[in-house]
Structures are given as structure tokens and as C-alpha cells.
Ligand binder design. Structure first.
Ligand code: PRX
Length: 669
């Protein structure tokens, strides 16, 4: 694979992109929002009087136990939406459909990972009625095991329907879930438990991935004994571990602490009224990487999040009653929360869940699933699209993909080449593409085309969703001229915005609200063109986006220096054709330690153990020292250029030791 198609090249091609794709006439006629004029009228209404707009939406979209008294209470940076209202997310995703013709419709269609080529994966279908029953049963299991309103519950499961059941069951009783992606390590699980003080863990014996078994329960066992520097057990708040049988691998069951999911079901019934939650009661915490320190627990609350997830799902994906909607994200990421579980189910849509990898057992796995179920809407990541491009058109060509009517992307900028391939090869030239920009923090889609209304330009997320006021500004917060690069901020509060960093209001203010006074700072660089379209360039802080996964350089650096051989480490991103960005670590070793290839692998494994395989550096370069300014700051800009193989540009006058730079560029170890 060549490393010469850097994101910067994509950005150049993005800025030269002139193609415009008008909405498809037939699609528009039947769409929820069917013209640009209609979009603009509604958008203007939504920002002229946001409270009126959102009040109307909240009334129309959600089922309330008790109406709210005030739409918005706002004092930077603290927002309260639908103050005084009472509702329940699981009631809105399930119970509300039971008295309608949707009761026996498929809520979740699940496809398991296939055992071998040619062999179909396992299949399960849960109707709304069945899912409701499963959720009520499991909610009673949670209660039986001590979970109460407000308690935190950590979910560490593979992509099986029980992941959605567990999330909805927490929501039903008012427990706050924190899902941890199955690819994270025991250390990451322990850190998250320590941070949110979780009382229970829900996990499985194991999960399947590309034919291998992931030892989830073993990781939990390891997490529960890990200690911090002072010798205190990180997971001391955990009282119970509920274990789902999935892979039937051998595991240890700790009497008095661990219980089997299926055994617990024997003790409960399916009667579990939904708790009356306040609009602002926390719904979930999701950890995400920032530019400093450990991942932060972004938390979302009940009413605003659900309203955003429901409305964006319906309008951005133009959901119709007969759609078969597939979002390929894992529930461990925010996309899996908003667009696998909560958004589609609240709309009564059928959500397809797939357990495995896109290329296992063969690279046509996705296309096989699209054909098998007649998927109509597919929402995936640019990294996956670039991988499919590399694997070749013969794989999608083997399957009938004519059921597809809409395509979506999320997670990273999509280069126009990948956009065009998606459009032509997967969408057969007829499916609109919605390139959706948003973040864990925003909760739901913020900048996006509406497929029946917005002309699209390959590589642009286009225009803001209703009620969203984004702007591209300079360091002083002043709007930059058309086509100039700047920082992307959101000027006004929106219902599904994060309510904070769990347990750390100070960090919430500093990270998001102090960069540009009075505005939410996204951490992304952006440009706006003459038509007002937004072109996201990527992160401008020390957060990397590797294959659509968000990783902080500081986390990897601290993992590296926790290895006894390492004196100092600096991690930067290098443009990568497939993953968007690859991770390059510059490492200096302790005196007396010699650099050798095995050490490189040892350090990669060390990072996998500390954080998870997603954070393993692609490249480790040993260096005698790292380039620093006189005040001791590592010069990341230079390291980025070195990692990308670029010529060194810009000011190097404050570099402490010019020799360091020369040695690094020569690739000396
Ligand atoms: O840099 C942006 C990029 O992903 C970041 C958010 O990552 P995370 O919180 O993990 O959420 C990913 C799923 C919503 C953003 O700051 N990003 C997300 N979507 C896009 C994008 N960059 C460009 N275009 C997008 N459509």
C-alpha cells in the first residue's frame, strides 16, 4: 500500500471538487423533506425561534409521561432542555409501538459472523413485541442484581442483540449505561469503571471476530483486579458481573460476584414498568479520546438526546415503514448508540445488526448481507469504503444490490474518489449519499445533506441540520471569509448536545468552551464554500482519526512510557490511503536499552494491552531524542512532517537541537 495519498492530498482534491449531484427526482418526490426550498424554510424557522421549533418537535416525536415546563434553560456551557418533563427512552423505543401495526414488525434483524466461507451466519429476528419482552425481563435481572436509578452499568459485549437489550434495559430502569467497545483492553475497562464508579458489568464469555474468539470475560476478570499507582483497586465499585453465553469458551465464574444471564432469567418475569425519568436524567456515558490525558466520559441525557436521534434518523435516512436499515457501526461507538439502537427503534424502523468483519470469511460479506435481506439504507465509514475499493469491484458485482436506495457515511472525511466509487459501484448511480458530520459530543448528526433536498458535492457534509448553527472562525472567534480554513464551532445549544464530562465540569469547560468564548469548539478544521457548504478537513487538536476511530496521541504516549524500556514518546498521525490516518510513534529508549525489531513489536503489543488493539502504532521509530522547543515542548508539527516523509517546512528556529532533526529525517535508529 502506498503512503503517498495523504489526507492533505485528499483535502487538495476536496477543495478542487466541482461536481454537484442534484437530488434524484423520484427519490425527492417521496422524501420527508423534498426540496432545498423546504429545507431552507424549515431551517430558518428552526434558528429564528429554536425554542418554538424544538417544542413542536418534542411534542410530535416523543411520548411524555409528564409535559415539560420550559423548553430551554441555557447558561454557557450548561443546557437544560424540556425542563420538568418526564419520559422513558425504552418506552419511546418499544412500548409506544406495541399498540400499533408495528408490534410484530422486526425491530432487530441480527446476522452473526459466519463460521466459514459459504456457510451462512446465524440469524435472529426480534420483533418489537419480542424485544420489549426481552428488555423487560433483563431490566428485572438488573434490578435483581442491585441496579437502581442513577447507577452506572458498564456494558462490554459483542455485536449481538443482547447489547441492544442491555442498553434498553438500563434505560428502562434509569440506570446509566457506559458501553465499552469489545476491542478495548482490560486496562481500559478498569479505567472506565474507576472513572464512572460502575456497580455492574454486563459482558459475554467471548465474542467472535474473523474466526477468533475474543476473551471478553477474561478481560473483565483482569480488569477487576487491576490497581492504580497507590495500590487501590480500580474497579472496587463493581458488585456484580452478568455474563452472557455467546462463544461457549471456558471462563472463570467467581461465586458471589458473577452470574449467568440465562440463569438469571429464570428468576424474573416480563413485567417491568418503565421508570419515569426526568428530561435531564443521564442516559449514557461514552468514553472518547481527547487531546490530553485519559479518555473523557461524555454524557448525554434523556429527552434531548432521544429527540435528536429520532428526528435525524427519520429525516437524514428518510426512513419509511418498509425500509431495512443497516448501520454497520459497533454499539461500542456513538454511531451504534444513536443509529443502530435509539434512533431507528424510536422510529419503529427495522435495524440490522451484524456481528462480524466486512471481509470475513470473504470480502463480499457486506454485499451478501445486503442481497440476503434486501437492505435499503446502508450507513458505513469511509475507511470501509476505501477497503472495499482496494479489494476490488468483483466482490460487490457478485451480488444484487438493487434494493439499496440510500447510502450514508460517517466518522471521517470521505475523499471524492471513495465517494464516487460508493455512488457508482454500490449505489448504482441512483442512491443519494448522505455524508454526515457529527461527534460523540454532539450526540447526533449535525451537518448533513437531506437526501431528497440537498444537492451533494463529493467530500462535503453540505449544510447544517435543523436547529444547528455551525460557523467557521479564526482564533478570535470571527467568521473567516468564504473558502478560508478555520475552526468549526457551534454557536447555539441544541437538544442532544453533551451535558458534560462525567465527574469533571472543569474539563468540560476547558476543552469545549474556552477555545472560542461562548461557542462549542468541535476540535475540527473546516472551510465553507460559496454555497455555504461545509468541508470538514479533520481534527486540528492532538486527536487522531484512525479508520474512523478516535484516538488521542496523549493516551498512546502514556501507554508507551509505561513500558520500562521507554524514556519518552511522541505519537503523530501519518496520512494513510486506507485508514485516513496511521499512527507513528517516535520513541526514545532508556539509557542502556538497545533498539531492535523485537522491541518494536513488544511495544506495539504493550499498547494493545494498555489501551486495545485499535491503538497499536503502525510504525515505531526509535530516536536518540525528540525535537523540542527551548521551553521543552515536543515539536509535533515537525514530527508529522517527518512521519509523512515531507520536506521540513516552517519555522524551526526554536528547535533546541538541530542535530536531532537531521538524525530523525535520516531515519537513524
Ligand atoms: O473529526 C470529525 C470526524 O470524527 C470526529 C468525531 O469522532 P467520534 O466522536 O468518534 O464520532 C464519530 C462518529 C460520529 C469529528 O470530530 N468526523 C465524523 N464524521 C465526519 C467526520 N469528519 C468528516 N466528515 C464526516 N462526515
Amino acid at each position: 500500500m502506498s503512503q503517498t495519498s495523504p489526507a492533505s492530498k485528499n483535502i487538495t482534491s476536496v477543495s478542487q471538487e466541482t461536481r454537484v449531484f442534484e437530488p434524484n427526482g423520484e427519490f425527492s418526490t417521496a422524501a420527508h423533506i423534498s426540496s432545498l426550498t423546504q429545507y431552507r424554510r424549515l431551517y430558518n424557522e428552526s434558528i429564528r425561534d429554536p425554542e418554538k421549533f424544538w417544542a413542536k418537535q418534542a411534542e410530535q416525536e416523543l411520548i411524555w409521561f409528564k409535559p415539560w415546563k420550559k423548553v430551554l434553560q441555557w447558561k454557557v456551557p450548561d443546557a437544560k432542555w424540556f425542563v420538568g418533563g418526564k419520559l422513558n427512552v425504552s418506552h419511546n423505543c418499544l412500548d409506544r409501538h406495541l399498540s400499533t401495526p408495528l408490534a410484530n414488525k422486526a425491530a432487530i434483524i441480527w446476522e452473526g459472523e459466519p463460521a466459514s466461507p459459504g456457510k451462512p451466519g446465524e440469524e435472529r429476528v426480534l420483533t418489537f413485541k419480542q424485544l420489549h419482552r426481552e428488555v423487560c425481563l433483563f431490566a428485572n435481572v438488573l434490578k435483581r442484581n442491585g441496579a437502581r436509578k442513577g447507577d452506572r452499568v458498564l456494558i462490554y459485549l459483542p455485536m449481538v442483540p443482547e447489547a441492544a437489550v442491555a442498553m434498553l434495559a438500563c434505560a428502562r430502569i434509569g440506570a446509566v449505561h457506559s458501553v465499552v467497545f469489545g476491542g478495548f483492553s482490560a486496562q481500559s475497562v478498569a479505567d472506565r469503571i474507576a472513572d464512572c464508579g460502575a456497580k455492574l458489568v454486563i459482558t459475554a464469555d467471548g465474542g467472535f471476530r474473523r474466526g477468533a474468539t475474543i476473551q471478553l470475560k477474561k478481560n473483565v476478570d483482569d480488569a477487576l483486579v487491576l490497581k492504580d499507582a497507590s495500590g487501590k483497586r480500580l474497579a472496587e465499585s463493581i458488585e456484580r458481573v452478568i455474563v452472557l453465553r455467546r462463544a461457549s469458551n471456558d471462563i472463570h465464574i467467581e461465586e458471589g460476584r458473577d452470574v449467568w444471564w440465562h440463569r438469571e432469567l429464570e428468576y424474573v418475569d416480563a413485567n417491568c414498568p418503565a421508570a419515569h425519568m426526568d428530561s435531564e436524567d443521564p442516559l449514557f456515558i461514552l468514553y472518547t479520546s481527547g487531546s490530553t490525558g485519559k479518555p473523557k466520559g461524555i454524557f448525554h441525557t434523556t429527552a434531548g438526546f432521544l429527540l435528536g436521534a429520532k428526528l435525524t434518523s427519520r429525516l437524514v435516512f428518510d426512513l419509511k415503514p418498509d425500509d431495512l436499515y443497516w448501520c454497520t457501526a459497533d454499539v461500542g461507538w456513538v454511531t451504534g448508540h444513536s443509529y443502530v439502537v435509539y434512533g431507528p427503534l424510536a422510529n419503529g424502523a427495522t435495524s440490522l445488526m451484524y456481528e462480524g468483519a466486512p471481509n470475513f470469511p470473504e470480502p463480499d460479506r457486506f454485499w451478501r448481507i445486503v442481497e440476503k435481506y434486501g437492505v435499503t439504507i446502508l450507513y458505513t465509514a469511509p475507511t470501509a469504503i476505501r477497503a472495499f475499493m482496494k479489494w476490488g469491484v468483483e466482490w460487490p458485482k457478485k451480488h444484487n444490490l438493487t434494493s439499496l436506495r440510500l447510502l450514508g457515511t460517517v466518522g471521517e472525511p470521505i475523499n471524492p474518489e471513495a465517494w464516487m466509487w460508493y455512488h457508482e459501484v454500490i449505489g448504482g448511480g441512483r442512491c443519494p449519499i448522505v455524508d454526515t458530520w457529527w461527534q460523540t459530543e454532539t450526540g447526533v448528526i449535525m451537518i448533513t445533506p437531506l437526501p431528497g433536498a440537498t444537492p451533494t458535492k463529493p467530500g462535503s457534509a453540505t449544510l447544517p441540520f435543523f436547529g444547528v448553527v455551525p460557523e467557521v472562525v479564526d482564533d478570535q472567534g470571527k467568521p473567516v471569509p468564504t473558502n478560508s480554513g478555520g475552526k468549526l464551532v457551534i454557536r447555539k445549544p441544541w437538544p442532544s448536545m453533551l451535558r458534560g464530562v462525567w465527574g469533571d465540569p472543569q474539563r468540560f469547560r476547558e476543552v469545549y468552551w474556552s477555545e472560542i468564548k461562548g461557542s462549542y469548539f468541535t476540535g475540527d478544521g473546516c472551510r465553507r464554500d460559496k454555497d455555504g457548504y461545509f468541508w470538514i478537513v479533520g481534527r486540528i487538536d492532538d486527536v487522531l482519526n484512525v479508520a474512523g476511530h478516535r484516538i488521542g496521541t496523549a493516551e498512546i504516549e502514556s501507554a508507551l512510557v509505561s513500558n520500562p524500556n521507554v524514556a519518552e514518546a511522541a505519537v503523530v498521525g501519518r496520512p494513510d490511503e486506507l485508514k485516513g490516518q496511521a499512527l507513528v510513534a517516535f520513541v526514545t529508549l532508556k539509557t542502556g536499552v538497545k533498539a531492535h525489531p523485537q522491541l518494536r513489536e513488544e511495544l506495539r503489543q504493550h499498547v494493545a494491552k494498555e489501551i486495545g488493539p485499535v491503538a497499536k502504532p503502525d510504525d515505531i521509530r526509535f530516536a536518540e531524542s525528540l525535537p523540542k522547543t527551548r521551553s521543552g515542548k515536543i515539536m509535533r508539527r515537525l514530527l508529522k512532517q517527518i512521519a509523512a516523509g515531507d520536506e521540513i517546512k516552517g519555522d524551526t528556529t526554536t528547535l533546541e537541537d538541530f542535530g536531532v532533526l537531521a538524525r530523525l529525517t535520516q531515519g537513524e535508529e
